[in-house]
Design a protein. Sequence first.
Length: 103
Amino acid sequence: MAKEVANTENPARTQLQVDDSKTVASYANFCRVIGTPEELIVDFGLNPQPMGVPSEPIPINQRIVLNFYTAKRLYHALGMTLQRHEAAFGPLEVDVNKRVQRQ
């Protein structure tokens, strides 16, 4: 199904059409970013033991390879999205130990 995506940076530009009919969604609670001088490699996986050091290797399910221009656009898009989320719902604490309520 083709969808139109609004260009929020420059509304005078034409709409970009996206076909997401063959998209496969997966969940990740682990992300690793590595790079070379030419590209950025982002690995996603599911860490079955999110607290502490995992006893088994974390299986990587998805790998995205980006050039640095696309990575920078992604960085800005994620930053804007996170700012909106935190404005609506409050700060996101990324330190798991600080999120866990001690009894």
